[in-house]
Design a protein around this ligand. Structure first.
Ligand code: DSN
Length: 429
């Protein structure tokens, strides 16, 4: 691998090989990460990366785009068909840019947007004061019910009536439960607001019909392609036909310049893969693995936010588990044992976001490697062992060896045909 690079830039080649070795030898439980297929990676590494093609198929500001037009048109058609959407813009480079374009398309600067608080599970681009969203719009944030730690839809309705937002945003980065998009659509409609669903995290589950689908009820849906979708880095805006022109103008020239054609080609591959039965089986395993990990951690005495998970991720509340660790300490300890996750605020956390009282764990990447429910239960026990005995080097050594054995058994870059997980009922759309 990388033989040309070894020749032309041995320094960078060595760094790349090191980073890949590192990834190969650790267990990735970061809920927003994944391993794209070889076909996706092949498209991403193709020479289309150099082509300029500002505009859209049939309407470009550069010549020489005939073949490229077909690629982008194919990606758009496949995205539309996969989600049953009326329009798809496949150019956004990231989820935040997709959201930015969606906001620009739907509301004017200064308008009121009702979105989920980052500290309760939302996303930076849903209105954080340091983000463009919080700087450009008047943000009203909703959160969770203190008891159930689930979205309090009645409270969202009340906020909507009180503040009359022009746009209601649903979607989350660290919410382990299914989101009722139908209810959000009703809330938005009741106050004459547009409704945007950001399904960056659960898009793969939605495509596999394992999570409620917002496409029939939302004005605009945004999602990233590199999380549960297992595609290339990037994002998509889906919309109703009435918003198509506005969305396209907001993406280009509103938010971006030239599209990344190699990424768009890779998105087309991703959508093709996501339409296959193997993808649905993979997503079922992602959900079943998250449930197995949650069950195992709960059995070990850890408190999970909301008590468990409906999707691909879970949050451990360390402040109410039998360990005296912050999220930051826990994530560092796990990394030392070869398990990578991220510290994460829990609902109503009293610690700052760079310390936190929780960690977030997700199963998309491990499942892509081939981990099954039995392994995930053992992973839960290994995590418990590390967090309960933070100073015990023997425990750490044993877990490191176990992670090494798992990684050897499930190497990266090997395409596996997932089998249907037998246990646990998952949400069916
Ligand atoms: N930073 C991503 C996550 O980890 O959820 C969202 O953009």
């Amino acid at each position: 691998m990388y033989s040309d690079l070894h020749h032309s830039d041995p320094v960078l080649a060595a760094l790349l090989v090191n980073s890949l070795r590192e990834e190969e030898g650790r267990l990735n439980l970061i809920a927003s990460e994944n391993y794209a297929s070889q076909a996706v990676l092949a498209a991403q590494g193709c020479p289309l990366s150099s082509k300029y093609a500002e505009g859209y198929p049939g309407r470009r500001y550069y010549n020489g785009c005939a073949a490229i037009d077909e690629i982008e048109a194919l990606a758009r058609t496949r995205a539309r068909e996969l989600f049953g959407a009326e329009h798809a813009n496949v150019q956004p480079h990231s989820g935040t840019q997709a959201n930015m374009a969606a906001y620009y398309a739907l509301v004017d600067p200064g308008a009121t947007i009702l979105g989920m608080d980052l500290r309760q599970g939302g996303h930076l681009s849903h209105g954080h004061p340091a983000n463009f969203s919080g700087r450009t719009y008047k943000i009203v944030s909703y959160g969770l019910d203190r008891e159930t730690e689930r979205i309090d839809y009645d409270a969202v309705q009340k906020l909507a009536e009180e503040h009359r937002p022009a746009l209601v945003v649903a979607g989350a980065s660290s919410y382990p439960r299914a989101i009722d998009f139908g209810r959000f659509a009703e809330i938005a409609k009741s106050v004459g607001a547009f409704f945007l669903a950001d399904i960056a995290h659960v898009a793969g589950l939605v495509a596999a019909r394992l999570h409620p689908d917002p496409t029939p009820v939302a004005d605009v849906v945004t999602f990233t392609t590199h999380k549960t979708m297992r595609g290339p880095r990037g994002a998509v805006v889906l919309s109703r036909t009435m918003h198509a022109k506005g969305v396209d103008r907001a993406v280009f020239p509103g938010v971006q310049g030239g599209p990344m054609l190699h990424e768009i080609a890779a998105k087309a591959v991703c959508f093709h893969e996501a339409s296959q039965e193997t993808f649905r089986l993979y997503q079922r395993s992602v959900v079943a693995n998250a449930a197995a990990l949650a069950d195992s951690l709960a059995a070990e005495g850890f408190r999970l936010v909301t008590g468990g998970t409906d999707n691909h991720l879970l949050l451990i509340d360390l402040s109410k588990s039998d360990v005296a660790l912050t999220g930051k300490q826990a994530a560092t300890l796990l990394e030392e044992a070869g398990i990578v996750c991220n510290k994460n605020v829990i609902p109503f956390d009293t610690r700052p976001p760079d310390v936190t009282s929780g960690i977030r764990l997700g199963t998309p990447a491990a499942t892509a490697r081939g981990f099954g429910s039995e392994e995930m239960r053992a992973v839960g026990r290994a995590i418990a062992g590390i967090l309960r005995a933070p100073d015990d080097e023997d425990v750490k050594k044993r877990v490191r060896q176990q992670v090494h054995d798992w990684c050897a058994a499930f190497p990266l870059g090997v395409e596996r045909r997932p089998t249907a997980p037998s246990s646990r009922k998952v949400f069916q759309a």
